[in-house]
Design a binder for this molecule. Sequence first.
Ligand code: PLP
Length: 277
Amino acid sequence: MVFLNGKFIEKDKASISVMDRGFLFGDGVYEVIPVYNGKIFRLHQHLKRLQNSLDSVKINNPYNDKKWGEILNKLTKLHGNNPQSLYLQITRGVDVERKHSFNDLNPTVYIQSSSLKPKTKQELISGYNAISSEDIRWNRCDIKSTSLLANIMYSQKAKENNVEEVILHQNQQITEGATSNVFMLKNKTLFTHPIDNHILSGITRDLVIESASSCNISIKEVAFSIKDMLSADELWISSSTREIMPIVKVDNNLINNGNVGNTWECVYDNYQKLKNA
Ligand code: PLP
């Protein structure tokens, strides 16, 4: 079952107009929200970021938080008790002609639930590989927009290179991953790019910072360079569906001699506690 414009229906019965601006222009925003033990994880924070995205592109929020909670909880229940990933998308709606500028339209709301299978600690402990690339995206990466062509091309490049992620940099500074935020541990200080228009403010990013607070390290929301990254003690990526993944190789450079570090383990364990609280 999926949710489309006020109705819960079978996925194969769900359809939208070819005049939907989401289809024609990628004119919409989205959220991905994990569900554990039947509970939507950090719903309030996701709805807040959704509101920021909507405000930034002048789409009216069709529902208040209470209504969002009701819809998302109902869809979650329809999909049982296993971990889920809720994908929700709001487009500007259906117009009468294809024109870049827009009229006041009824937003299209689509939500689906997929099963979520984060990697186990056993799997994560061997570490993952990444490649790096110049960040060519626009200067409003803080908006969780469905216009994802650049990110799609990066993810395809990751797939073709058989690596987990593409780590992006602008002017030699690491911004984020194609679909994740990036953290570097150096001399017991955890660095990650500050919240601004160059990155998406990841909900998991906040959870990593929260989880790291009791791991005997200091935390600096300060950008770091490619050079810093390559000599890092530890390197991680974070996202709602991948949680916190240790990266042990970027391009042809090993991080920490190719080993996952102890601090990752501490932060990962704390994250699991928050998730299952
Ligand atoms: N940055 C980008 C570009 C993303 O696409 C994502 C998630 O898909 C993130 C960061 C991490 O965000 P979150 O932790 O809210 O999933």
